[in-house]
Every structure is written in C-alpha cells, then in structure tokens.
Design a protein around this ligand. Structure first.
Ligand SMILES: *Cc1c(COP(=O)(O)O)cnc(C)c1O
Length: 385
C-alpha cells in the first residue's frame, strides 16, 4: 500500500471491544498464562510483551509505521532523539572505534562525539559536506561508521545520500543518517544505501510540540543489537508518547506537504527582499545543492535559513520585532518558530566549529508552520521593518 495508507492503516490487533482507534496500553508489565508461558516468553521462544522497557503494543505500532515509511526491516523507539543517537552508537561501537561524521550536525550530537564518546576512546573526525571525497582520507582501520544529516540543522545544507551510500559500501562502513529534517515522508535514506536511519520524533513526526521521542530503524541485525543494549540500559519510549506519535503519523504526509508549500513561499519572499543577505532552502534554485535535493527529496522541508544585511545586530532586532511566530527551540511544529542558532542550539560550539558547521553569527532559522501563509509572511515582513 502507499505511504499515506500505511501511515493510517498500520495498526496493532484490536481487542475484544473492537475499538476503531488503537487504545493506549499504559502498563509497565504484562502477565503470563502459567509457568511454561513465562519461561518460553523470557527464553524468547515466543513473541510476548514482558515489560514496557523491552516492548509495548503502542510502541510496536509506532515502530511498525516508521519501518514501513522508511523501508526498514526493524526499529526501536526511544524517549528522545538524543537517546536514539546515543544508544545507536553505544550499542554498535566498541572501545577504540572511530566515527567519520559530517561537519554540520545537530549540536547535542556534536556534544556526544566531542565530550562523551572520547571517554570510551571512540574518536570522531569530520568531513567537509561539500567534498565527500575528503571521507577517504579520514577512514582508518578502526572506522566503523559514516554519519550525516540531510538537510542539516540549522544550515539546511543538502548532502548527496546516494554518493554517501557508495562511499560507505566502498570502505565497508555502516552509514547512519539522521533523517529528522526530511521526516520519513520526504526522503528514505535506506533506498540510497543507509544501514540505519535515526529520527527525533519530537520534530515533524509529532509535529505539534507535545512530546519528545526518537527512533532508529534499518537493518534487522543491527537493530537487534540496539534492542539488546536498550532493554538493559532503559532509554525506551513511553507507551503514552508512542500512542500520540502513532496518531501524528496518520497526518504526517498532509502536514509535511503544507509545511513545504509554506516554507517555499517564505523562502521566495525572503529571496526578493533587499534586507536579506542570503537565504537557503533546499528547493530554491539558488541552493548550492538544488539538483541533489530535487533528486532525493519529495519537497524542501519546513526550515528556511537566512541572514539579514547587518549581521548579528540586525538578526537580534528582527527576532525582537517578531509578534506571531514563536521564539522557541523546536522545529517541525504546526506553529512557526524563529531561532538564532549561534546564541542557542549551537552556542556550545567554538566560533570555529560554528563556522565549519555553516553557522554565521547573524543567521536566523525559521521553521515554517501551518498557520495561514499570509499571516506568516505578514509577521516576517513587519519584523524586517
Ligand atoms: C532535535 C534534533 C535531534 C535531537 O532530538 P531530541 O528529540 O530533541 O532529543 C537530533 N537530530 C536533529 C537533526 C534534531 O533536529
């Protein structure tokens, strides 16, 4: 079945009450018929929910949906996007392993690579997103993973996923893609050779600013390792949040279509405005990787990045003049959001690291929401003064 149908019709088994919409299974554990049932369940001789740290029907429904959307064999859902990123690496890497990562990555992921993993002697080197051949020089005998996001946060740069898939194969490495900015609807990295795909469910998947969540999907053998790591260490998604997200996925396609339509209009509006130094959006012809974006994405996503003439001061003034859009740290929400990455999400990076990640001090990021486009543009226009 097609994407939208899977998103709506993938459902756990009905109970005897024949409910139409899936009920919520708010239970920490599950009962057994007898001693033999209990033994066989723990021995994994049969499929049986045991404890909600391991599995839960609502979580399974959410995971099944994302797997179908991403063409993945298996998945595991987490309490946040960062729990997904951390647990995926922690489950798969050994002491002394090496990561080759894109320079432009989410701030907290960068924090894991620079502050946490070195404790286990796991080192990371960074490749320039404009030169994928630079990966070749970074790969050592200890390298296990190539890691990237596309589009990137917050610079909305686009990486060629097919080329990355080829690089990973050539070097015999795992390719892990954070697909948060595209959502499972706009691009499916597994079809380009990714072994695992990570999402922050907090963003477009929930899309309404209510819950935190994360998920990793992909190759079943790798996911099994992640599952075994996670059932011991406990980063699992709560059934309540899984229930919320399963419902959110039913409207993902229609929401993301509108996000993209609105974002493209905002990007085109900004591009024409003389007060804007530059604007970046994957589906603007002026985007340096427009052709790649067109090839691998269904539409450009919800995030537009730009810089005002006048740099940092002008950016600050703009943010202070905004009246309708929210000043908050989320994205992919039905509410449009304005942020200033250099002073917020990426403030922990050094100025040089920020420069490498494509973040200038005056850069503003708008996550374009689902309000009427006329109201969104009117607010941006009045804030430009
Ligand atoms: C937000 C985000 C994360 C982290 O997700 P949380 O749910 O906030 O933990 C990871 N990667 C990207 C690209 C993000 O935007």
């Amino acid at each position: 079945m097609k994407f939208e149908t899977e998103a709506i019709r993938t459902q756990i088994e009905r109970t005897k009450f024949l409910e139409h919409s899936s009920p919520m299974y708010l239970t920490s554990s599950f009962v057994f018929e007898d001693a033999e049932d209990m033994r066989a369940s723990f021995a994994e001789e049969k499929e049986h929910n045991i404890y909600s740290r391991y599995s839960n029907p609502n979580v399974s429904e959410f995971v099944d949906k994302v797997c179908k959307m991403e063409n993945a064999d298996a998945g595991f859902a987490f309490a946040s996007g960062m729990a997904a990123v951390f647990s995926t690496f922690a489950a798969l890497l050994e002491h002394g392993d090496h990561i080759v990562s894109a320079k432009s990555i989410f701030g907290s992921t960068h924090g894991l690579f620079t502050q946490v993993f070195p404790k286990w002697n796991i080192k990371t080197d960074y490749f320039d997103i404009d030169d994928l051949n630079s990966i070749d020089k970074l790969v050592t005998s200890n390298t296990k993973v190539i890691y990237a996001e596309s589009p990137t946060n917050p610079g909305v740069d686009v990486l060629d996923l097919e080329a990355l898939g080829k690089k990973a194969k050539e070097h015999g490495l795992l390719l892990i893609i954070d697909n948060c900015f595209a959502s499972p609807y706009l691009q499916q990295p597994i079809t380009f050779g990714a072994d695992l795909v990570i999402h922050s469910g907090t963003k477009l998947i929930d899309g309404q600013g209510r819950v935190l969540a994360g998920i990793t999907v992909g190759n079943a053998e790798l996911v099994d390792k992640i599952y075994r790591f996670s059932r011991i260490s406990g980063p699992s998604l709560s059934p309540f949040n899984a229930w919320v997200l399963s419902k959110s996925l039913e409207t993902l396609a229609i929401r993301v279509d509108r996000h993209c339509e609105n974002a493209l209009k905002v990007a085109k509006f900004l591009e024409k405005n003389p007060k804007i130094a530059w604007v970046k959006y994957p589906f603007l012809k002026s985007h340096p990787n427009y052709e790649v974006a067109k090839r691998q994405m269904k539409a450009g996503g919800c995030v537009v990045a730009f810089e005002l003439e006048g740099g940092l001061d002008a950016g600050r003034q703009f943010i202070n003049a905004i009246q309708v859009l929210s000043l908050t740290a989320n994205l992919g929400d039905s509410r449009s959001i304005v942020t200033h990455p250099a002073s917020t999400t990426h403030s922990k990076l050094t100025p040089e690291e920020r420069h490498d990640a494509g973040i200038s001090d005056g850069m503003v990021r708008i996550s374009v929401g689902l309000e009427n486009i006329d109201d969104i543009i009117a607010d941006i226009n009045q804030a430009l003064g």
